[in-house]
Ligand binder design. Structure first.
Ligand SMILES: *[C@@H]1O[C@H](CO)[C@@H](O)[C@H](O)[C@H]1NC(C)=O
Ligand SMILES: *[C@@H]1O[C@H](CO)[C@@H](O)[C@H](O)[C@H]1NC(C)=O
Ligand SMILES: *[C@@H]1O[C@H](CO)[C@@H](O)[C@H](O)[C@H]1NC(C)=O
Length: 386
């Protein structure tokens, strides 16, 4: 290959990577979702993560829940919600996120439980325990705050098919990212390894259920959002920064756009997809999104705008962040990273209303030192830290 034009080498590289993905998909192996949490790989950074978002869209109610199994009986757990007219709530553990993994059969930790009823189509998400009443904490504090008993149970059903990031992403997204990096064989090997180690499936759907706060009357909720399943190996220290946009629009369009900097491989990868109202899915081919513009200074702004193309269409998406609902989670596994989960209102092409969030991750942001970082004192289950 020596002497060939750089663009040709990138084209060849992409071809090899994507051929691998297609082969894997054709064989039905590797990236298919399993029925149960899969046994974690023998790696200190093994992961099996389930993440749900749900937005009422007609009012300000939402639920965000995440449980990621990690080695040594630990889970990363996120839980934030808001009920219109009642207030914001978060897990008392936050801004810490580590709790004990309470089951091998399902995802369970910190009072939160996520289980399959049927692979890819029906899920159950429930919680029974204490939550801290808002406003959301922006930093760690010894004060417990106002803890109230909360119970909820949702049944989730998909209204789109699955977007598999390995197989369905647009090859141009990677080609562009690779073209910005110096070509070496080692680089190619690292990219290949990353693709073989980490998988992500996403699907949009509706959660229907009830929530009971402080033994008050039950509120019925019907929410729309994403279900994301990410598994394989995820070493947070390999990620420097990212911004992820997740939005669902009133015309039925759903979109995901991530701009991510992973210094060992791609320092500027923009990847994502659109589900069209008729159910068709398309990987994002091009975007003007830039980490330099969106996340250079570590200050979360009020408004963000991105444009991108997918499935032969042009999208102009603007997000207005809800500063009341921008909770923070410290990355307890590295002790240095901080996630900001910012609820936002969206506009598509200037006229179509949308709901969702913008998630920011800053590895270099100094998290407030948290005593007992391994497992917080309010984790349910056995206290592994003592
Ligand atoms: C729900 O998910 C299943 C499995 O992925 C898929 O076959 C079905 O088409 C999806 N339903 C809709 C409405 O997209
Ligand atoms: C808010 O809107 C959702 C979806 O329409 C609905 O299910 C819920 O009952 C409404 N009210 C509250 C308090 O969340
Ligand atoms: C991308 O386009 C949007 C909408 O026009 C704009 O707000 C944003 O500043 C652009 N980003 C960059 C990096 O040019």
């Amino acid at each position: 290959m020596s002497g060939s034009h750089p663009a040709d080498r990138w084209a060849l590289g992409c071809l090899l990577l994507f051929h691998g993905a297609w082969r894997q998909r054709a064989a039905g192996g590797g990236s298919a979702e399993s029925r149960r949490p899969r046994p974690l790989r023998p790696d200190p950074h093994a992961l099996d993560s389930i993440y749900f978002t749900g937005f009422a869209e007609t009012n300000k109610s939402f639920v965000i829940a995440r449980l990621a199994k990690r080695p040594n009986g630990i889970c990363e757990m996120w839980l934030f919600l808001r009920v219109e007219g009642t207030g914001e709530f978060e897990h008392p553990q936050h801004p810490n996120m580590l709790v004990s993994d309470e089951s091998e059969e399902i995802w369970s930790g910190g009072g939160l439980t996520i289980e399959y009823a049927e692979p890819q189509m029906h899920w159950k998400i429930s919680f029974d325990g204490l939550l801290r009443k808002g406003p959301y904490r922006q930093q760690w504090s010894e004060k417990e705050g106002e803890l109230v008993p909360v119970k909820f149970s949702f049944h989730w059903e998909n209204f789109t098919e699955v977007f598999d990031f390995s197989a369905d992403s647009h090859p141009s997204a990677f080609a562009r990212a690779f073209a910005q990096e110096p070509w070496t064989f080692e680089f190619f090997q690292r990219v290949k390894k990353q693709r073989e180690q980490h998988f992500r499936h996403e699907q949009w759907g509706q959660s229907v259920g009830e929530i009971e706060i402080e033994n008050q009357e039950k509120t019925e909720l019907s929410l729309k959002g994403v279900r994301s399943h990410s598994y394989g190996i995820r070493d947070w220290s390999e990620i420097y920064r990212y911004v992820m946009i997740l939005a669902h629009f009133e015309d039925g369009t759903a979109a995901h756009l991530t701009v991510i900097n992973m210094p060992a491989t791609t320092t500027h990868l923009t990847v994502g997809y659109v589900f069209f109202p008729n159910g068709r899915k398309a990987g994002i081919e091009w975007s003007n999104a830039s980490l330099a513009e969106m996340a250079a200074d570590g200050v979360i702004g009020d408004k963000y705008g991105v444009t991108f193309t997918a499935g032969g269409k042009y999208f102009d998406v603007s997000a207005t962040l809800d500063k009341q609902a921008c909770p923070v989670v410290y990355n307890g596994l590295t002790g240095r990273g901080v996630f900001h989960e910012c609820i936002a209102d969206f506009q598509l092409n200037g006229l179509t209303q949308g709901w969702g969030l913008v998630e920011f991750y800053y590895r270099d942001e100094a998290a407030q030192p948290v005593p007992n970082l391994q497992l917080g004192s309010k984790a349910e289950g056995p206290d592994l830290s003592s």
